[in-house]
Design a protein around this ligand. Structure first.
Ligand code: AKB
Length: 324
């Protein structure tokens, strides 16, 4: 069977980079990117889909004979707290729509991203195991924990091959995150390259698990390629990259930009971060499908700085315009 992939939420931080990787892997015509708006100069097949509209998802699935779906659309942790009930509605409705369309159209494989936001005060902060107690404190985390259980339910009840990763904060130069608690770890590199002062919304010692974009994409593709019988977790897999605090990333950046200035102005996102793990035990992902991160903080920092310098040199000085 020829693989045809639909990506829902293709304009997001992960979605935009994953789309390019899937196009490279399967071919331009085999990948259907979708989101609420078509980006300017998009290269490839794009369909406008509002994932709260189940019929629209199904229309595209049928038209292109889609065999795999990556459902990436969601409202993240910090943004989600502005309107909790709306966040719950959107995150769950879009997931139910995708699960149902997948079941009814015999989708071969479905990817659903979860997050370290599923963990709360009931889980150990260090080396949080895959099967730790889940008591998330944000509506985003609650929706992801519920989503993991619904994914497993569809697997057990209908045999739908749903696979999932609990992403830590994702750091990449290709795209900007939006509405997350870990977003500072991307913004900080932009400010360093632009030689601007950085105002950090977390405390200097707020250690969080992170992963570099290349590793995050590779993890996603490796999980989706793994033989079905190797997948022992149908809720979601922990993956770890590297853990660091704002102070540690600042120290690393200052090796290249000694004058780099930072001030700390912790806000409500610090409360969210304080309940999330500091480090993650990802042994099951390593055992089941061979997961292993490649990028440490030094490599992340040198790559981010080098790539962002190239981008800013080539493009506009306008931070937002550059990333769209
Ligand atoms: C967020 O900060 O909300 C996300 C996440 C860890 O899921 N980056």
């Amino acid at each position: 069977m020829e693989t045809v992939v639909l990506i829902i939420g293709a304009n997001g931080q992960l979605g935009s980079v994953l789309t390019a990787s899937l196009q490279e892997k399967y071919g331009m015509d085999q990948v259907i990117a979708s989101d609420l708006n078509k980006p300017l100069n998009f290269d490839g097949v794009f369909e406008v889909i509002d994932a709260t509209d189940k019929n629209r998802i199904e229309e595209v699935v049928v038209e292109y004979q889609v065999t795999q779906i990556y459902h990436l659309a969601a409202i993240l942790s910090a943004k989600g707290e502005e309107n909790p009930l709306q966040t719950w509605d959107i995150n769950m409705k879009t997931l139910f729509n995708v699960l149902e369309v997948s079941r009814l159209n015999s989708i071969d494989r479905l990817f659903f991203p979860s997050s370290i936001a599923v963990f709360g005060e009931g889980a150990p902060l260090e080396q949080t195991p895959n099967n730790a107690y889940l008591d998330p404190a944000t509506v985003y985390g609650i929706s992801k924990a519920a989503g993991e259980n619904w994914a497993q339910y569809y697997f057990l009840k209908y045999g739908l091959d749903v696979r999932s990763i609990r992403y830590p904060g994702v750091i990449g130069y290709q795209s900007l995150p939006g509405g997350g608690t870990t977003d500072y770890a991307v913004d900080i590199y932009h400010k360093a390259v632009l030689k601007e002062e950085f105002s950090c919304f977390l405390k200097e010692d707020a250690t969080l698990p992170m992963v570099f974009m290349e590793d995050a994409i590779r993890a996603t593709l490796e999980l989706m390629e793994a033989p079905k019988e190797d997948i022992t977790i149908r809720t979601s897999y922990n993956i770890a990259g590297i853990s660091f605090s704002p102070a540690e990333v600042v120290a690393e950046i200052r090796k290249l930009y000694p004058e780099f200035k930072v001030r700390y102005a912790p806000d409500f996102r610090q409360d969210i971060a304080s309940k999330w793990p500091k480090s993650i035990d990802d042994q099951t992902a390593r055992d089941d499908w061979g997961w292993k991160p490649k990028f440490d903080l030094e490599m992340i920092t040198s790559t981010m700085i080098q790539k962002l310098k190239e981008k800013y040199k080539m493009g506009s000085k306008n931070h937002k315009a550059l990333m769209l």
